[in-house]
Design a protein around this ligand. Structure first.
Ligand SMILES: NC(=O)c1ccc[n+]([C@@H]2O[C@H](COP(=O)([O-])OP(=O)(O)OC[C@H]3O[C@@H](n4cnc5c(N)ncnc54)[C@H](O)[C@@H]3O)[C@@H](O)[C@H]2O)c1
Length: 370
């Protein structure tokens, strides 16, 4: 019998976790099929409906029921940001493993408490940085490590979507201060997670944040001030001596799921865009002068773990499949595999430090050292 699973939150990401838990053992035969024990959501009616739809044994409106349930070994946290710390710490203290959605927490103190709880519990605790699981990102890491683009000297990181681009879009929890800084910890953490697995650590940052729409309509016909920032940008330096730019915008009309990376080195460059997530582009001065130009590599079985899903090259994986890979890496980490490809709470806290340093810099308009 596989591990018992509890899921908190059954919205966009909750469904994504449920899909991953449901299919992980089908895709990866080296893990045992998890047992979907219980699901918690804001109301009993919603929790029971979603438990039935997702194949969980029961639904409850009290997430603490899951924490107290001895049949549950691991808890997925896919509730809004402001609940992550309380839920993760309680789960870890009860001896559960934790798979928590990003951002880790809305304050550095809470993120630190989560890291400490994970350390003391000895349980596995990871964050939902699914984009690092893309086989093309793993391939980019291999190419950089092999020196295919030489010594990395400049990095551009972007994440843009347009789900908050319409000023008439009603106010909801993502615009509340208690959900975090806005685009910075909603979005920036994703390209920062990619940088963390691809190249170096950020050591200093100078930033600016912007609020394109100061207020939004409410469902009752009124207006409410927007409490955080939908746009953020920063310059940074890494411990490897590279300079970089980070630009994130969740009100960028036309951008649907763009996470764009440009990594420049002394003998080439690598480009990636999540909107074309099954492609990687590389330019290398190793190519003969007459052949120089960007080469597009299509995802294929040679890019681990693509083969687990599809034996044919160029057919492509999707967003939800990254979560299945992440679920597999979580199970590897739980079983003691030190090489599991995850961002645990220790590494997650490093990313949070960058986020908070960036916000401090945006307030002071000064470089901040990490
Ligand atoms: N990894 C990614 O790519 C990615 C993408 C989107 C969202 N997220 C993260 O996932 C989390 C959830 O975001 P979402 O887009 O799924 O939100 P959502 O609004 O679609 O879903 C949130 C769910 O949590 C439930 N909920 C609210 N309060 C609760 C409580 N006290 N107890 C139990 N359930 C509660 C809501 O009813 C809802 O079902 C956020 O932290 C977000 O940042 C991650």
């Amino acid at each position: 019998m596989g591990l018992g699973v509890g899921l908190i939150g059954s919205g966009y990401m909750g469904k994504c976790h449920a899909l991953a838990w449901t299919s992980v053992a089908t895709v990866f035969p080296d893990v045992k099929r998890p047992r979907l024990v219980a699901l918690a959501d804001a109301t009993t009616e919603l929790a029971q409906r979603q438990a039935q739809a997702f194949g969980f044994g029961r639904g409850t409106e009290d997430w603490r029921d899951l924490v107290a349930d001895p049949a549950i070994d691991v808890i997925s946290i896919a509730a809004p940001n402001q609940f992550h710390a309380e839920m993760a710490v309680a789960a870890l203290e009860a001896g559960k493993h934790v798979w928590c959605e990003k951002p880790m927490a809305t304050s550095l103190e809470d993120a630190t408490r989560m890291r400490d709880a994970a350390k003391h519990s000895g349980r596995t605790a990871i964050l939902g940085y699914n984009y690092i699981q893309n086989p093309m990102i793993r391939h980019a890491r291999t190419l950089i490590t092999e020196g295919r683009i030489g010594i990395v000297n400049h990095i551009r990181l972007e994440m843009d979507e347009d789900f908050m681009a319409d000023p008439s879009e009603p106010f909801y929890w993502k615009s509340e201060k208690r959900s975090g800084y806005g685009a910075l910890d909603d979005f920036a953490v994703h390209p920062l997670s990619l940088l963390a697995v691809l190249h170096g650590r950020i050591t200093s940052v100078v930033a600016d944040m912007a609020r394109p729409y100061p207020e939004r309509p409410t469902m009752d016909g009124g207006h409410r001030p927007v409490e955080n920032h939908d746009i953020a940008q920063a310059l940074f330096r890494t411990d490897t001596g590279a300079s970089g730019v980070l630009m994130v915008n969740r009100s960028a009309w036309g951008r649907k799921g763009r996470i764009a990376l440009q990594i420049f080195g002394s003998k080439g460059s690598i480009l990636f865009d999540q909107e074309r997530m099954n492609e990687l582009q590389i330019y290398s001065t190793d190519d003969a002068a007459a052949l120089q130009g960007y080469r597009t590599i299509l995802a294929a079985p040679s890019h681990t773990p693509y083969r687990q899903f599809i034996p044919a090259p160029g057919h492509g994986l999707g967003f939800n499949e990254l979560k299945v890979i992440e679920c597999h890496e979580l199970l590897q980490a739980i079983s003691g595999n030190q090489d599991a490809h995850v961002i645990d709470f220790e590494r997650g806290l490093e990313l949070e430090r960058v986020v908070h340093a960036t916000a401090r810099s945006a307030e002071s308009w000064k470089w901040v050292e990490l």
